[in-house]
Design a protein around this ligand. Sequence first.
Ligand SMILES: O=P(O)(O)OC[C@H]1O[C@H](OP(=O)(O)OP(=O)(O)O)[C@H](O)[C@@H]1O
Ligand SMILES: Nc1ncnc2[nH]cnc12
Ligand SMILES: [Mg+2]
Length: 202
Amino acid sequence: MSSTLPNASQVGLPASDASSAAELASLTVRLRGALRQFPDFPSPGILFEDILPIFADPSLHEALIRSLELHIRANYDQKPDVIVGLEARGFLMGPSLALRLGASFVPVRKQGKLPGPCETQGYEKEYGQDFFQMQADSIKPGQKVLVIDDIIATGGSAYAGGELIKKMGGDLLGFIFLLELEFLHGRDKLPAPVYTLLSGQA
Ligand SMILES: O=P(O)(O)OC[C@H]1O[C@H](OP(=O)(O)OP(=O)(O)O)[C@H](O)[C@@H]1O
Ligand SMILES: Nc1ncnc2[nH]cnc12
Ligand SMILES: [Mg+2]
């Protein structure tokens, strides 16, 4: 699976629609250019990748969601039933992507935020540890699920989200990220195919 923005054939566009492919390629460059880096946040030694400028610009926001939609439509044989977003930044992309795909949106939340019976999974991430929860009836056995989040660093957060989905009998189709910090090899932890729109290298 490609780790860059898909070309015309990859996204199911006819070859003659090269202008769309060119537009998509230039959108990748714009998305990357919008990211900002903050050294030593939230703790010393961490270079924090700030994705929020993308959402401050409607054309970049549209480019991001459209690029992800095209990727999913072109690369998964089965339509996802459910998009699962990881709190908090996964909520910036998950609901709008789910709407575009005609899929449900289901949140993974940090512990203590969801009412009713929940499944719980502890995890470690690049700069801390936490617990994730999902409502126990939020995924039906056999539903096809895609997980979305902004960044994969160590992969700890995404792994925990995947474990929760598996506990409920969901069929994990894959994991989708805007950005991957490749030097942390987080994708090696994950039990389903991983796609990132942008790699961690400039
Ligand atoms: O691959 P990992 O090492 O697990 O790190 C990646 C996770 O870390 C951040 O979430 P965080 O919970 O820090 O912040 P958020 O609540 O703003 O999403 C980021 O949004 C990813 O979810
Ligand atoms: N370096 C980083 N920047 C932004 N979010 C992150 N989540 C985990 N590592 C991160
Ligand atoms: Mg997060």
